[in-house]
Design a protein around this ligand. Structure first.
Ligand SMILES: NC(=O)c1ccc[n+]([C@@H]2O[C@H](COP(=O)([O-])OP(=O)(O)OC[C@H]3O[C@@H](n4cnc5c(N)ncnc54)[C@H](OP(=O)(O)O)[C@@H]3O)[C@@H](O)[C@H]2O)c1
Length: 173
């Protein structure tokens, strides 16, 4: 695989980040791009208006069939910032959901692939983690899965607007 096809994402813990530091890191060619994670829409706007903020290209936060996070996805994309999601399987819940399983069976796919494909229909990038080569291959192939309008409507209806990731230092969602 050519180097340009590989995207390495690293995180800097928020308490360690000095104001403007990311822009400086890009100017020094230590990184190619920078973004933020778990920023609400007001926080993202504030960051984009701060020095170096125009360089923010991505906001990474939780989106899954059980947390569509529509307001934040729309606000982020409207600001010209791309969205990456984590926890698309909602800590394993997607594997056993009867709606997701039925859609997966219809397409000869897995529930994990269905959750992946649904996020792609919303122009959301998906970050996954797997120690299992079969799962890694399956995640890669999920890009080819095409959901129809009925599948998408059923998946949209699963939204419960509830975060899994909500540590004590999380913003007020
Ligand atoms: N910014 C943040 O606040 C934040 C929060 C959480 C996570 N993250 C990041 O997001 C990345 C992804 O983490 P995640 O928790 O969202 O990953 P995920 O892919 O949603 O879930 C990982 C779990 O799902 C299993 N899995 C993965 N692909 C599968 C497949 N195709 N079929 C069946 N099981 C599958 C894995 O088990 P196997 O190993 O057995 O495949 C693993 O137990 C990580 O780099 C993490 O650091 C960021």
């Amino acid at each position: 695989m050519p180097r340009d096809d590989i995207w390495v994402t690293m995180k800097v813990w928020w308490e360690r980040l000095e104001h403007d530091a990311l822009q400086e890191a890009r100017e020094l060619w230590l990184i190619r791009h920078y973004g933020v994670s778990n920023f609400t829409a007001p926080l993202l706007e504030e960051a984009m208006n701060a020095s170096g903020g125009k360089g923010i290209i991505n906001n990474q936060f939780e989106v899954s069939p059980f947390l569509a996070n529509r307001k934040l996805v729309d606000a982020t994309q409207r600001l010209g910032v791309t969205v990456t999601t984590y926890m698309r399987l909602s800590e394993g819940r997607a594997h056993n959901d009867s709606t997701i399983r039925a859609i997966a069976e219809k397409h000869h796919a897995t529930p994990a692939q269905v959750a992946f494909a649904w996020l792609l229909t919303r122009d959301i990038m998906v970050i996954t983690t797997s120690t299992n080569p079969e799962h890694q291959q399956s995640n890669w192939e999920a890009q080819k899965l095409k959901l129809d309008a009925t599948d998408i409507a059923k998946l949209d209806a699963l939204d419960e607007e509830r975060c899994n990731a909500n540590p004590s230092f999380a913003p007020k969602w």
